[in-house]
Structure formats: structure tokens, C-alpha cells
Design a protein around this ligand. Structure first.
Ligand SMILES: [Zn+2]
Length: 108
């Protein structure tokens, strides 16, 4: 079940992760859990990954922010459907998504 977050930091989060970003979000979750950070929300918005924190120990804030920034950056070149790179933003059925060639303009 792809919508069940595995990492502890996502336990109380409003969580929605596209299948292609699952690995990125799981890896981030493992790192954030080790920093004792709690995530408030994970979502895809206009083709970008967005991760919002609900609680951050002061001494972890910088590291947590950097990890999230790296994950969002990685997602920005990764197809949200299948995880392939490169991926670009495209509007599909009126919705902005981050997709590879297979899931973008050549989609039937
Ligand atoms: Zn794809």
C-alpha cells in the first residue's frame, strides 16, 4: 500500500506521496526520524514535492531543512509516476505534474 508512510516521523502527518517519489520520501523519512523531527504534511503540489514539519528540535533545524531541500530538489527531476529521471513539469488533464517522457507528452 503506497500511501502508508513507513518512517516514524510521518506517523501524525497528513501524508500523500505519488508512487514515483516513494523512495525519495522513504529515505527522507528515515533521516528525519533519526533527527527526532515530526512531519506535519507531505504532498505533491503543482509538480513539486512539499514537506512541512510540525516539530523540530532546535539543534536539528538546519540539518532537517537541508535534507528536505535536497529531497524536494531530487523530486524536481524525478517522475512522480514511475521514479524515472529526467522529468519535467507538464500539464496533464489540467493538472501540473512532474513526469518523464513516458508519462508526459507521449502518453495516450
Ligand atoms: Zn514516468
Amino acid at each position: 500500500m503506497s500511501q502508508t508512510p513507513r518512517a516514524k516521523c510521518y506517523e501524525n502527518a497528513d501524508f500523500w506521496c505519488p508512487p514515483g517519489w516513494r523512495r525519495i520520501v522513504d529515505a527522507l523519512g528515515t533521516q528525519l526520524t533519526s533527527l527526532r523531527v515530526d512531519v506535519g504534511q507531505v504532498k505533491e503540489k503543482f509538480g513539486d514535492l512539499r514537506v512541512y514539519l510540525s516539530s523540530i528540535p532546535a539543534n536539528s533545524a538546519k540539518t532537517a531543512e537541508r535534507l528536505i531541500w535536497m529531497a524536494e530538489d531530487l523530486a524536481s527531476v524525478t517522475c512522480q509516476e514511475c521514479g524515472q529521471s529526467p522529468a519535467t513539469k507538464e500539464t496533464i488533464d489540467g493538472r501540473v505534474m512532474r513526469v518523464c517522457r513516458d508519462h508526459g507528452e507521449f502518453r495516450c
